[in-house]
Structure formats: C-alpha cells, structure tokens
Design a protein around this ligand. Structure first.
Ligand code: HEM
Length: 146
C-alpha cells in the first residue's frame, strides 16, 4: 500500500483528535446493536439484551477501548500494517473463530462514529483516507485466515 504525504498528514491529524475512550466503546456498542449476530462472540460480556444495556456495559466499553488502542499500531506502522497484525489475525481466526466479514462491519461502525464525532470536519477527502486505512487494517486482520 502506498500513502501520499497528504494521506499521512490526514491520518496523523484525525488520529490525534480521536478520543479512544469514547470512539472505541461507541463503535463496538454500535456493532453489537446494528449487527446483533456479532453478540455471539461476546458471551462472557454479560447483559447485551438491548441497546441501553450494550451502551452501558463496562466490558463492551473496555473492549472497545482495547480495539481502538490496537488501531494505534496501524497508525504508527503505516508501511507495515500486514505484519503488525499477523498475530492478531491468527488470534481472531484460530482462538476466537471470528468470521472475517465482521471486520468490515466494525470498520463501518468506526466510520459512522468518527463522522458523528468530527461533524463537518469529516470531509469526503478525510473519509476517503480514513476508509483506506480501515480497509488495509481489515485486510491485514484477515490475512492469516486459512
Ligand atoms: C480480542 C482487536 C475486530 C472479537 C481482541 C483484542 C484486540 C482486538 C487487540 C485483544 C487481544 C488479546 O487479548 O491479546 C481487534 C481489531 C479489530 C477487531 C483491531 C478490527 C478493527 C473484532 C470483531 C470481532 C472481534 C469484528 C467480532 C465480531 C473479539 C473477541 C475478542 C477479541 C471475542 C476476545 C475478547 C475477550 O474475551 O476479552 N480484538 N478486533 N474482534 N476480539 Fe477483536
């Protein structure tokens, strides 16, 4: 993957403004509400019975933060995203048995949550770069499935 200087700048700037403790929990909660079949992977997380329960669930919030902190690794290793996520990809495949189609769904939720948080600053150009970053992450997370 090639990144232009302007894409690198956009990613650094967007990432610098992301509040991991808000965007992470909101994105994971949105995944579980909008695509309820994704709840099957989080059987140990307690009450996911309705939107309010999911949004108020501390395990969802904590794990959303974990996921977003993992994205920080992509931002810091733009030229090496595939290798950066090799272990995490294997974990989601072999141990967690997560269907890789779900990575795309979480990426969609991250985009909507980011757009809501940024408002008009989330221009089409910013969205394009953001989604490029997420698709490289999704592809890296799927890369060790066999
Ligand atoms: C665990 C990252 C998408 C299900 C994890 C962990 C990280 C992570 C860093 C912790 C790994 C560890 O403990 O060593 C990501 C990233 C994603 C992503 C960066 C996409 C951008 C998904 C999706 C699902 C999922 C879409 C399911 C729908 C899980 C589950 C765990 C986990 C069930 C274990 C949670 C627990 O029991 O604590 N993920 N993940 N992940 N992930 Fe993902």
């Amino acid at each position: 993957v090639e990144w232009s200087d302007s894409e690198r700048k956009t990613i650094a700037s967007v990432w610098g403004k992301i509040n991991v403790g808000e965007i992470g929990p909101q994105s994971l909660a949105r995944l579980l509400i909008v695509y309820p079949w994704t709840q099957r992977y989080f059987g140990t997380f307690g009450d996911l019975s309705n939107a309010a329960a999911i949004q108020g669930n501390p395990k969802v919030a904590a794990h959303g933060k974990t996921v977003l902190n993992a994205l920080d690794k992509a931002v810091k290793n733009l030229d090496n995203i595939k290798a950066t996520y090799a272990q995490l990809s294997l974990l989601h495949f072999e141990k967690l048995n997560v269907d890789p189609g779900n990575f795309k769904l979480l990426a969609n939720c991250l985009t909507i949550v980011a757009a809501t948080a940024f408002g008009p600053a989330f221009t089409p150009a910013v969205q394009a770069t953001w989604q490029k970053l997420l698709s490289v992450v999704v592809s890296a997370l799927s890369s060790r499935y066999y």
